[in-house]
Design a protein around this ligand. Structure first.
Ligand SMILES: C[S@@+](CC[C@H](N)C(=O)[O-])C[C@H]1O[C@@H](n2cnc3c(N)ncnc32)[C@H](O)[C@@H]1O
Length: 271
């Protein structure tokens, strides 16, 4: 047993150096801090969330969540913390979700709700012939442009817009990474219908989401994420069949599903 103690200590130090140290390239520091300081406050009201079937911003922060991202971005500091947190996961899973399918035929890509841009950066480094436009709410785009995406990166462009209200420009591929899980089925259908209208014939849409098993019996991480969505958004995690159905209802065909073995998976639909 005494022999294993230093080994366990060494392993724990290695894990914390890799995933918790702020300066590590695989650091999960920002998302941990966001969970701990913001999301956890909504979890205090889990029983209310289950009873009422809605998020708990009002109880946790005293603000209405009628405009969901207005509530999440209630200060510039909160927005930065959220975007940095969202970016962190792609240092671990970005390559897996973007190589689940060969995306090289798609050169004009829009990352809808592309946030802090980490997935867009991973995409241009894996597929050097593509350009990726980060489409997001104006204040998110401004922060991504000025503080999160390196200015010398010529293959990344920016588009300020609200994908529920403004038009979506034509492209070969739309990435919707962790977007549909924020919204109910009706809003997902509305958004996918607009994406289908804008998509070039022969183009496609790539959903990046954490997939539940078809009987919803697991994985436990995805079930927990679904509760996370309940306490802080209007959405939930879904099964591959549920995403495929949403894509088909919007007009996308040849829907293919790839599980990566990590937290996030990929679903591709073609127009
Ligand atoms: C859960 S985050 C995912 C961010 C990024 N796609 C990723 O995977 O790291 C959802 C993103 O959708 C954006 N978003 C929410 N509502 C939007 C809207 N109406 N129009 C455009 N972007 C929106 C948010 O600002 C945020 O960046």
């Amino acid at each position: 047993m005494y022999l294993f103690l230093p080994l366990a200590f060494y392993r724990n130090t290695e894990i914390s150096n890799t995933y918790l140290t702020k300066s590590s390239p695989k650091s999960q520091y920002h998302i941990m801090m966001y969970y701990s300081n913001t999301v956890y406050l909504c979890w205090h009201y889990l029983t209310d969330a289950v009873r009422e079937g809605r998020n708990q911003y009002e109880r946790a922060f005293g603000i209405s969540s009628k405009d969901l991202f207005g509530a999440m971005y209630r200060s510039e500091e909160e927005m930065l913390k959220f975007l940095a947190g969202q970016n962190s996961i792609w240092s671990i899973c970005g390559r897996d979700v973007l190589t689940a399918f060969d995306l090289s035929p798609f050169t004009r890509i829009y990352d809808l709700g592309g946030g802090g841009g980490a997935l867009a950066q991973e995409c241009v480094s894996l597929y050097p012939n593509c350009t990726v436009t980060i489409y997001d709410l104006p204040k998110v785009v401004q922060v991504a442009k000025e503080r999160l995406v390196p200015q010398e990166e010529q293959r990344i462009a920016f588009h300020e817009g609200d994908f529920f209200k403004d038009s979506i420009p034509e492209a070969d591929l739309y990435i919707l990474s962790k977007i549909l899980h924020d919204w109910d089925d009706e809003k997902c259908r509305q958004l996918l219908a607009e994406v289908h209208k804008a998509c070039r014939p022969g183009g496609g849409v790539l959903l990046v989401e954490s997939l539940l098993a078809e009987d919803k019996s697991g994985p436990v991480e995805t079930q927990l994420y679904s509760l996370n969505m309940l306490v802080q958004t209007e959405g939930k995690e879904r099964t591959a069949a549920e995403y495929s159905e949403l894509l088909r209802a919007a007009g996308f065909e040849e829907v293919q599903v790839r599980r990566t073995g990590k937290l996030y998976d990929a679903v591709l639909g073609r127009k």
